[in-house]
Design a protein around this ligand. Sequence first.
Ligand code: FS9
Length: 423
Amino acid sequence: MAGVFDIDLETEDVSDTEEDFYDDSVTEPDNVQKEEVELTSECVNRDSEKVGPDFFELLTVLGKGAYGKVFQVRKVQGAMSGKIFAMKVLRKAKIVCNAKDTAHTRAEREILETVRHPFIVDLLYAFQTGGKLYLILEYLSGGELFMQLEKEGIFMEDTACFYLGEIILALGHLHSNGIIYRDLKPENIMLNHQGHIKLTDFGLCKESIHDGSVTHTFCGTIEYMAPEILTRSGHNRAVDWWSLGALMYDMMTGSPPFTAENRKKTIDKILKCKLNLPQYLTIDAKDLIKKLLKKNPTQRLGSSKADCADIKGHPFFKQINWGDLVNKRVEPPYKPQLQSDEDVSQFDTRFTRQTPVDSPDDTSLGQSEELTFAGFTYVAPSVLDSLKEGFSFEPRMRPVRRHNISPRTPNRSALFKCSPSSC
Ligand code: FS9
């Protein structure tokens, strides 16, 4: 499932580290006169271009599923002409069939507008045609963190510490906005061109599996899901800290903490199996994993009002300067090897080899379905700033694309497994 999230309306005040991150390239002189302007979608969109599918040239397919596709595109008109983006295209007719999917789609667009964070993907534009919804997102050329993890097998503790630190800051920020990510796993964590973390996919399942059976009501990987999600016994933001623990275990041992040959057995293990920690982990790593993988969410580290602050203060992160980390002043452990802005070598060739086509779909839906997506259109304030400055990226000649030659290496399998005796 791709980043299914909840907007947790009951979330209490969770303090955020918002003042920690800032764009230090912008400084304002003291004598500048300021005018207060209320930001509404009307005034935000007023002076901007009316962007549509024609503004984007399709370059490559990055992902595909039952609801739509994700393309790498180049903007070919107006502001930021020549710049590369990711374009998510969703079929309205597919989405409106299911009330939950409709809610998730609307929420993704709203979350991406609300949330600005260095480690969360940026939304630049949102628009729609009769049959489709479009999100224009920053292009993340580093690909999935999963790819890097597959390549390395396991991460050194310093490497894991860096990635986990950036993820904690992103999750803490979501929580402080009342949002639970709910589906943290290596496939949903992307890297930008510098190798920094970006959480993406706040929307639908990549596949649509709605057969109603208990084990298949969750689509995609379940290995990182908290017990209380799997039992549907009510959950809160502590589910994200469980997933962080499962991810940490995976990064350091080569597989998630509870795995089995099928989904039912995996769920059984997540619910009942005792955690088995390999000896080679440091005391601090073992202690943090144990505290994050508490089956009872009220006992889990991060479940208190302090949220991520409790995790940030754990000795495992003692060498992290959180201010430097949030301001991207810490060098990422791996810098993606990229030839150009449009390099797709970090993506799966199963997708990138496909011919990119966005089939025309101007199906007109019924009036009530049409209303479902009213107010979807959006232009980011950063785009308007660039318009004011007359900013434009010159289109470049497109170099010959290099495809990723090697498939994912299977060297992470069963490096360390939960022994039957511990269950
Ligand atoms: N830059 C590069 N890659 C991004 N990806 C994140 C999403 C990935 C994906 O395949 N998503 C996906 C979505 C659907 C849906 F139906 F919802 F449209 C179906 C199938 C797959 C692809 C890689 C990315 N995201 C933001 N910037 C990015």
